[in-house]
Design a protein around this ligand. Structure first.
Ligand SMILES: CC(C)(COP(=O)(O)OP(=O)(O)OC[C@H]1O[C@@H](n2cnc3c(N)ncnc32)[C@H](O)[C@@H]1OP(=O)(O)O)[C@@H](O)C(=O)NCCC(=O)NCCS
Length: 178
């Protein structure tokens, strides 16, 4: 299987490369839901044009090998309910994720994330899978614990979460290595 694959199946989910046609599912599902985007790196989408611009960037990043963003779907051809992103640099894969609020609490993101982590760590050249979250993002920290990642510590002033503050935020770093 080539890496990263454009499609991946897990027990309950279908992951596939995100596309421009996912714009309305993202915009309607969580693109301007303050609860979902609070600890993400992007601002609330004001209109579906913002979501389309975001997806164009997602496509460009995949084409250039900068990052790989998957749509999380419940059926092969059903609308996206969330996303999981993987970035590979040197021997590390870094992950990010978000899910529409209607689908929280069902373990979907841990399932998607662990599927991608297993795939990444099965690559001979990838030795470390990592993810981090805002120091206040308890739900995201739980996701990382649930997939068996190890808590490594606080990265002080690590990254901006513009919906919380303009100043870079402290983050919790987790990883899984082989
Ligand atoms: C964090 C997030 C991805 C979890 O996804 P999920 O598929 O709901 O994951 P789970 O079902 O395993 O739930 C994980 C934790 O979220 C919390 N949670 C679940 N359902 C919840 C709900 N309805 N309301 C509030 N918190 C909830 C719980 O703490 C849960 O831990 P538990 O299983 O030990 O109780 C999801 O809440 C989300 O998209 N949040 C907004 C985006 C975000 O913060 N992404 C991470 C950026 S680092």
């Amino acid at each position: 299987m080539s890496f990263p694959p454009a499609k991946i199946e897990s027990s309950r989910l279908f992951l596939r490369r995100a596309q421009l046609r996912d714009a309305s599912a993202i915009f309607d599902g969580y693109g301007h839901d303050a609860e979902v985007i609070r600890y993400l790196s992007w601002h609330s989408h004001q209109s579906i044009k913002d979501t389309r611009d975001y997806l164009r960037q997602v496509k460009e990043d995949w084409d250039q090998g900068k990052s790989y963003t998957y749509a999380i779907c419940l059926e092969k051809d059903s609308p996206l309910i969330g996303m999981v992103m993987m970035r590979v640099r040197d021997e590390r894969a870094t992950f990010g994720y978000a899910m529409g609020r209607n689908y929280w609490g069902k373990g979907y993101v841990p399932e998607a994330l662990s599927t991608l982590i297993d795939l990444a760590l099965a690559q001979p050249d990838i030795w470390r899978a990592e993810a981090y979250c805002d120091v206040e993002n308890i739900s995201s920290a739980r996701v990382m614990e649930k997939v068996g990642m190890t808590y490594e510590g606080v990265l002080r002033r690590w990254t901006r979460h513009p919906n919380v503050s303009d100043a870079p935020r402290d983050c919790l770093m987790y990883s899984k290595v082989k």
